[in-house]
Design a protein around this ligand. Structure first.
Ligand code: E4P
Length: 215
């Protein structure tokens, strides 16, 4: 499973990318706004750090506006993927952009039928938001499971990004289901490394080593 970082925080991206397990980045307008910096500057800086797909979102609501924004964004760097919201106008834009070689990530996806439309339009990526589905009392990972099954029926090439990841259970289930990608906030990536028995084990090894090292 590929791991993307779900943040626009350049410091965090540098820190986690240096470990060598990061395959790409996703941003959205809320994550960019949190940084309080110029959108294009942030995106450009991210492209200079991570060599992989970098999602940057279009904010227009009509296809024409999305296409104009997407063309501008794609000029920033070859790795830019344009995030397009799941609407009929969005799907119209995705068809045009993918045909022109601009990769799209259809975002704000909450159902299999939406994911079907994204794949039919030729989207490179689709992002089901599992955490937000959980928030309304349904099971986000069930939607991911159904999207995977449905895509297999038709051999769609659209890669599934498990998004709106809120905990380690989401990451584990994404792996068990064989999702292509999980985009994960930095603090949850940090949690992935941890286990109390690892800490306990290291402590014990060091204590035992201390007893013999001077012998
Ligand atoms: C990533 O592509 C999404 O924009 C992000 O995961 C949304 O996460 P949230 O539901 O926690 O805002």
């Amino acid at each position: 499973m590929k791991i993307f970082i779900d943040t626009a925080d350049v410091k965090e991206i540098k820190r986690l990318n240096s470990i060598g397990i990061i395959d790409g980045i996703t941003t959205n307008p809320s994550l960019i706004a949190k940084e309080g910096r110029n959108f294009e500057q942030v995106v450009k800086e991210i492209t200079s750090i991570v060599n992989g797909p970098i999602s940057a979102e279009a904010i227009s609501l009509d296809a024409e506006g999305m296409i104009t924004e997407a063309k501008k964004l794609s000029k920033i760097h070859k790795n830019i993927v344009v995030k397009i919201p799941m609407t009929s106008e969005g799907i119209k834009a995705v068809r045009v952009l993918e045909k022109e070689g601009i990769k799209c990530n259809v975002t704000l996806v909450f159902s299999v039928t939406q994911a079907l439309l994204a794949a039919k339009a030729g989207a490179s990526f689709v992002s089901p938001f599992v955490g937000r589905i959980d928030d309304i009392g349904k099971k986000g990972m069930d939607v991911v499971k159904d999207i995977i099954e449905t895509y297999k029926n038709y051999d769609f090439k659209t890669e599934i990004i498990v998004a709106s990841v809120r905990n380690l259970e989401h990451v584990k289930e994404a792996g068990l289901l064989g999702a292509d990608i999980a985009t994960i906030p930095p603090q949850i990536i940090d949690e992935m490394f941890k286990h109390e028995l690892t800490d306990k084990g290291i402590k014990k090894f060091l204590e035992d080593w201390d007893k013999v090292k001077s012998k």
